[in-house]
Design a protein around this ligand. Structure first.
Ligand SMILES: *Cc1c(COP(=O)(O)O)cnc(C)c1O
Length: 457
């Protein structure tokens, strides 16, 4: 087989500012070893997130010019609605400024004290909106999904037996929704199988519980189904996506992921009465129902992006890029989460830096080293992000110490990815020189964004 090439040509470029390891050592020190405090102009390859960082196509930019900014009834809204209705089969389409705005509206209506929302894994903003309503979020991920180094085909699947037990224990009346996140972002971008979606749907139907899809990466998930679930090998990605949504009563989506947009999101439902309640909230928080929290030009860019993301040449390049980087690192002995997920490569910092204990933040130390050596910015997903203190003030470690390298869509070429692998491998060869970090200042909530750190020696 020949090299899988980027399925696009480059018309407009953004220059990268080069700096030296010595300069980056000082930048890192000035940023208190927290990469969120580094200016993006000082980063060579920015893998902090795949959210809102996609490159738009020439068609999307043309759509930006076509965008109609009428307050009510804009044709841009109808193009947006038609595309979403075609993919999801859901006639009620509500635009929002991000995914979390759709969540806020949905859980304000369905949430509240004493309620439980069950999922394979809730993303942090989803969980936060559920908890803010007074309800509880419950993750019921399959066993293989909890083991980073054990490869399996569909590590994002929901544990169907655990779901049944949970419903019997808490009572279906206290469970307003079951939410399947595709792909499972917080669980390494791992896919959910069509069989699992169908099985969850059957349980939900049996107990009269509606099922929603958190659809941020629906196209990446559909492509994994095509590759890995035999019955779908000859089905188009669009038909797979349509079948996934056919089992759901509603969906939320951040257009900053699989719609190639820099901002935007939506809520789509089948039930007209629920949609009316959602629109009542929409007008006081987001805007009029035909623009939500968006400009007409954003609606156009999203409508076009949602169609482009289902092109198989794109998805082949996308999924292959992540797998290519993962495989290069595995070949060099670097510990990574397996198999490759849909949008990011996860380094296992606990195995990478066994000499650094969790309370000295091995993931943060590794992320700092990748920046210093190669100007590559990833993000720690470990004890700095999720660690806590016990009642005696002693640190409680997170379950995993990871560094996520999220790959923006259509932004970097194979040579950028090769460079990233060279940087990771160089850091791995010199891993014994890396020392741990301690916190010198932290905020009470979401401390990883602003914490100041210093080397322990
Ligand atoms: C990003 C994301 C969200 C939230 O979307 P925003 O646009 O960032 O508000 C929700 N769920 C998942 C799975 C996500 O990846």
């Amino acid at each position: 087989m020949k090299t899988i090439i980027e399925p696009f040509k480059i018309k407009s470029v953004e220059p990268i500012n080069f700096n030296t390891p010595e300069e980056r050592r000082q930048i890192l020190k000035d940023a208190f070893y927290n990469l969120f405090l580094v200016k993006s102009d000082d980063v060579l390859i920015d893998l902090l997130t795949d959210s809102g960082t996609s490159a738009m196509s020439s068609d999307q930019w043309a759509g930006i010019m076509r965008g109609d900014e009428s307050y009510a009834g804009s044709p841009s809204f109808f193009r947006f609605k038609d595309v979403i209705e075609d993919i999801t089969g859901m006639p009620q389409v509500i635009p929002t400024h991000q995914g979390r705005a759709a969540e806020k509206i949905l859980f304000s209506i369905l949430g509240g004290k004493g309620k439980y929302f069950v999922s394979n894994t809730l993303f942090d903003t989803t969980r936060a909106n559920i908890e803010f309503s007074g309800a509880e979020g419950v993750d019921l991920l399959c066993a293989e999904g909890k083991q980073p180094s054990v490869p399996a085909q569909f590590k994002g699947n929901l544990d169907v037996e655990a779901l049944k037990r949970f419903i019997v224990e808490k009572g279906a009346a206290n469970i307003p929704l079951c939410i399947i996140t595709v792909t499972n972002n917080s669980g390494g971008g791992q896919p959910v199988s069509m069989q699992n979606i169908k099985d969850v749907r059957a349980v939900c139907t049996e107990y009269g519980i509606p099922m929603f899809i958190d659809a941020c990466r629906f196209a990446e998930n559909a492509y994994f189904i095509k590759l890995r679930e035999a019955a779908y090998a000859n089905t188009s990605v669009k038909a797979i996506a349509q079948e996934m949504f056919s089992y759901a009563d509603g969906a939320t989506m951040s257009a900053k992921k699989d719609a190639f947009a820099n901002i935007g999101g939506f809520l789509a439902v089948r039930d007209g009465a629920l949609a009316q309640e959602c629109r009542n909230l929409l007008v006081i928080t987001e805007g009029f129902p035909t623009y939500g929290g968006l400009a007409g030009r954003d609606l156009e860019a999203i409508a076009i992006g949602l169609q482009e993301v289902m092109e198989e040449s794109y998805l082949q390049y996308r999924i292959r890029s992540i797998e290519y980087l993962t495989n290069k690192l595995i070949a060099a002995g670097v510990p990574v989460m397996q198999p490759a997920g849909g949008h990011a490569v996860y380094l296992d910092a606990k195995a990478f830096l066994p000499h650094i204990p969790p309370h000295e933040f091995p993931g943060q130390a590794l992320a700092g080293a990748l920046y210093e050596v190669g100007g590559v910015r990833g993000v720690e997903i470990g004890s700095l992000m999720f660690g806590k203190y016990d009642e005696n003030g002693a640190p409680v470690a997170a379950a995993l110490e990871l560094v996520r390298l999220a790959i923006p869509r259509r932004v970097y070429t194979q040579s950028h990815i090769d460079y990233v692998s060279e940087v990771v491998i160089e850091v791995f060869e010199n891993r014994n020189d890396i020392c741990g970090l301690r916190i010198v200042e932290e905020a009470p909530l979401l401390r990883h964004f602003t914490a100041k750190l210093a080397p322990v020696r």
